[in-house]
Design a protein around this ligand. Sequence first.
Ligand code: MG
Length: 249
Amino acid sequence: MIVLKTARELELMKEACYISAMALKKAGEAVEPGVSTAEIDKIAYDYIISQGATPNFLHLYDFPATACISINNEVIHGIPSKKRIIKNGDIVSIDLGAAINGFNGDNAYTFPAGDISPSAKRLCEVTEQSLYKGIAKALAGARIGDIGAAVQEHCEAAGYGVVRDFVGHGVGKKLHEDPSVPNFGTAGRGVRLLPGMTIAIEPMITAGGYAVKQLSDGWTIVTADGSLAAHFEHTIAITKDGPVIMTKI
Ligand code: MG
């Protein structure tokens, strides 16, 4: 069931999205060679708590941390660890959110650690561009497939793989709500977008094929072919005046 938010509810949700964005920014600023992913997770946790909010990934489906931190060939759902030390040239995808006022925010960004290769840089750039291509299609009266088609077209034109097994989602009182927001699809198809819908658009893009697999930790999703992956996400509100990026600082 898709829950439309009132103007008042969108106001309440703004704070969760702002705290989510600030937590992601602070976590990203800590990304550098030699730092463990557990240290980055703690920065995000401490910030969210300091704002009176709740880290909404923590304990959700038994996930053990505030942030999903996924490096290089890891696409999503990497578990922070003291043993996982970031190296020069890594690309580090951080996905996290916060809840406050009864609403959730959700956002992700792939940060470079030190000097990354030109190919890794291009993957991150194209993935981030595709997020904005998708957001531009998040218009009242349009369809979910318009978003996915825009993301897919941009990334596949660059020779990249668009992950099929994981998709974006509605976000609101719950972190994961209807509808599903695929990063692939056909323009003009799918759920019609209405003012008051709030969705997380989150391209998960690989430098190779789109197939992924789960590691034996039960969480980490990696590319099946070992290629690099990038992940960018914003929480968006669909309004009669166009898309509003709720997780923009
Ligand atoms: Mg999400």
